[in-house]
Every structure is written in C-alpha cells, then in structure tokens.
Design a protein around this ligand. Structure first.
Ligand code: HEM
Ligand code: HEM
Length: 178
C-alpha cells in the first residue's frame, strides 16, 4: 500500500488521518459533555485541557489532510446513482466543515471567556478574540449546535459505510481500511 491515493484506493496517509481523527472525535464528544457536567474543580480544568488540546489536534490533522487531498488524487465515490454520490460528497463536505467549526468555535469560546489555552499544558495558544461575554455565549451556542449536527451526519456516514459493506457488499469500507 502506497502513501498516496489512487483513483481506486486510499493511500496509507489518508487512511491514517481518517481513523486517527475518527478516534479523536469519538473521545471528544463524551469528553466535552463530561467536562461541562463537572462542578468547577481542578479535575474540570484538567479535563478541559484534554478536550481543548485534542480538539486543536483534530484541527491540525485536518489542515494536513486537506492539503494532502488537494495535492493528490482521490478515489472515485462508489454509488448506485449519481444522486447518492452527490449525497455522500455533501456529507463529507459537511464533516470537513464541522471539523473546522468545532475547534474554532471552541477556541473563540475560551478566548472570549478570557481563559487561556495551553496545548497539553505545554504550548500556549494566542487568544483569537478579547474578553466578550455576548460573543462567548454565541460561540458556545455555535459549538453546541455543531455537536448535534455532527452526531446526525455521523449516523448517516457510518450507516452508509455499513450499508455499502453489509448490503451492497462493495469495497467502500475495505478500501478505507488497512
Ligand atoms: C465508525 C466510524 C466511521 C466509519 C465506518 C467511516 C467510514 C468511512 C469510509 C468507508 C469512507 C470512504 C468513503 C469513500 O471511499 O467514498 C470515509 C470517508 C470519510 N470520512 Fe469516515 N468513517 C467513520 C468515522 C468518521 C468520522 C468520525 C469523521 C469525521 C468527523 C469522518 C469523516 C470522513 C470524511 C470527511 C470522509 C471523506 C474523505 C474524503 O473524501 O476526503 N469519518 N469514512
Ligand atoms: C473536534 C472537535 C470538538 C468536539 C467534537 C467538541 C465537542 C464538545 C462537546 C460535545 C461539548 C459539550 C456540549 C456543549 O457544546 O456545550 C463541548 C463543550 C466545550 N468545548 Fe468542545 N469540542 C471540540 C473542540 C473544542 C476545542 C478545540 C475547544 C477549545 C479550544 C473546545 C472548547 C469547548 C468549551 C469551552 C466547551 C464548553 C462550552 C460551554 O461553556 O457551553 N472544544 N465540546
């Protein structure tokens, strides 16, 4: 298996970035809800450092992924009809958009709340905006709505992958796997 994609097959870099991001997202969602549910405490602050650091990591991996995607080829979408191919591509676009919106809205929430971000307790990130209560509420709202849109799109995305694998029995899932 080569590093690059072909018109039929995903290369190992795209596969690794897809599955690494998937694992991070599946950790991020419960971690975010858990962090929010805690009362103000050192544990809450630690959980938020993890949540923010892993979320920024998703964003960094996404930049790499998009650069790699525009640089090389991508496998042709498999679909019973043109409409299904467009729907799959629309879902993928939405997922990419959410992987930008979630980290940026989270970052703006923290900055507007005047809470500095330190990646894994090591690397300080600059504030994106100054302290601003109204903006903080707005960004937190955008973050939360994005989570629910993400959950809905992921159900479709995973459902479609299983549909291809179990019912259509084509290689859509296999070619994304190692
Ligand atoms: C159990 C979980 C998942 C499964 C089974 C799965 C399966 C797949 C498969 C089979 C493809 C390839 C589609 C094709 O070749 O046409 C794909 C692509 C993609 N997946 Fe997932 N996925 C999962 C989780 C996720 C998550 C959590 C995200 C991000 C939030 C995600 C984002 C994407 C994106 C953006 C693409 C399009 C790749 C591109 O065209 O550049 N996936 N996924
Ligand atoms: C991959 C991306 C991310 C996902 C899937 C995610 C998911 C979540 C979830 C499920 C919650 C709890 C529900 C709610 O929104 O109130 C949450 C809350 C929160 N997240 Fe994220 N998050 C991500 C990235 C980030 C990043 C990068 C930051 C900051 C740098 C961040 C900061 C926050 C903050 C401050 C809250 C509490 C919001 C509030 O006060 O209402 N998140 N996140």
């Amino acid at each position: 298996m080569g590093i690059g994609n072909t018109s039929q097959q995903w290369g190992w870099l795209s596969k690794t970035l897809h599955w690494l991001t998937a694992v991070l997202i599946f950790v991020q969602i419960p971690l975010g809800f858990y962090a929010e549910s805690l009362k103000l405490s050192p544990l809450k602050m630690d959980i938020f450092v993890w949540h923010k650091s892993l979320g920024i990591l998703v964003f960094l991996l996404l930049i790499l992924r998009l650069l790699w995607r525009i640089k090389g080829t991508i496998p042709k979408t498999v679909g019973a009809s043109l409409i299904q191919q467009y729907l799959a591509q629309a879902a993928h676009c939405l997922l990419y958009g959410l992987m930008v919106l979630l980290p940026i809205s989270g970052w703006i929430t923290s900055s507007a709340a005047n809470i500095p971000i330190k990646l894994f307790w090591l690397i300080p990130l600059p504030a994106l905006v100054g302290p601003d209560n109204a903006l903080k509420s707005l960004a937190a709202e955008v973050h939360e709505i994005s989570v629910f849109v993400l959950l809905a799109v992921l159900i479709l995305h995973i459902g479609a992958a299983l549909h291809h694998h179990l019912l259509l029995r084509d290689n859509t899932l296999k070619r994304m796997w190692f």
